[in-house]
Design a protein around this ligand. Structure first.
Ligand code: S5P
Length: 263
């Protein structure tokens, strides 16, 4: 049976990677396929929203380098929230350099991403070395990697042969590459499974002023067969009650998945 008609929990056995197995089990038990893209720039806002939205998400997606007052205490508090609310952490670092460089960017510097992020992502652009470099530091810690096979922004060059090459790269590193950033399920074979996460999801807007393009949770999960919706400003935009919006997206994403299972 293709993963498209399987429950999240039934797919755990398709993966050897610890982060992938934990994520699929968590989605099944918490009944949410919502990931929050927490793109705010102060520690206070970051922790406040993470605490309010935590109960409704499977994955908290960070851009750790946009925080103006980043410190180690932020990471300590983030880890506490991870345990309190039962979610995993995805640092959306979009690595894009040669293997030797990304290895250091992943494990050293101020952020030491590999120490606290269950999942991170990379552009396949530089070739297989980028995956090998990240894998050298991440795999033994149980981390997982997503490849950016497509992008949600207008005019993205990640299409066609590039997307196909990203799939081939993932297949060569199945122990560490757990899936893709893409707008749709990319592989429908019965005998291979990758987790697809889709950004560019919104219920109220169709675009922003900077090239972002939005689809609905139903279109992404039910029609396109993706696994996880990534939502940012739709949840914490101006005048929004973050917990109410998070529940709205959680319900939309989960109902679209249930609809997919029964069709
Ligand atoms: O193709 C992409 C890939 C990513 S990871 N398009 C995206 O928008 N993203 C990220 O998803 C982006 O960096 C941002 O953190 C989030 C979308 O945020 P929103 O506020 O537009 O929902």
């Amino acid at each position: 049976m293709s993963s498209i008609s399987k429950k999240y929990g039934e797919r755990v056995e398709n993966f050897s990677n610890k982060a992938a197995r934990e994520l699929l089990s968590l989605i099944e038990r918490k009944k949410t396929n919502l990931s929050l893209a927490l793109d705010v720039t102060t520690k206070r806002e970051f922790l406040e929203i993470a605490d309010k939205v935590g109960p409704y998400i499977c994955l908290l997606k960070t851009h750790i380098d946009i925080l103006v007052d980043f410190d180690q205490d932020l990471i300590d508090q983030l880890k506490e929230l991870r345990a309190k609310h039962d979610f995993l952490i995805f640092e959306d670092r979009k690595f894009a350099d040669i293997g030797n460089t990304v290895k250091y960017q992943y494990s050293k510097g101020i952020y030491k991403i590999v120490e606290w992020a269950d999942i991170t992502n990379a552009h396949p652009l530089p070739g297989d070395g980028i995956v090998s470099g990240l894998k050298e530091v991440g795999l033994s810690l149980g981390r997982g990697l997503l490849l950016l096979a497509e992008m949600s922004s207008k005019g993205s060059l990640a299409t066609g042969a590039y997307t196909e090459a990203a799939i081939e790269m993932a297949r060569r590193h199945k122990d560490f590459v757990i899936g893709f950033i893409a707008g749709r399920k990319l592989i429908c074979n019965d005998d291979e499974d990758f987790i697809v996460m889709s950004p560019g999801v919104g219920l109220d807007a169709s675009k922003d002023g900077l090239g972002q393009q939005y689809k609905t949770p139903r279109s992404v999960i039910f029609e396109n067969g993706s696994d996880i919706i990534i939502v940012g400003r739709g949840i914490y935009g101006k005048d929004k009650d973050v917990a109410t919006e998070a529940q709205r997206y959680r319900d939309a994403g989960w109902n679209a998945y249930l609809e997919r299972l029964t069709n």
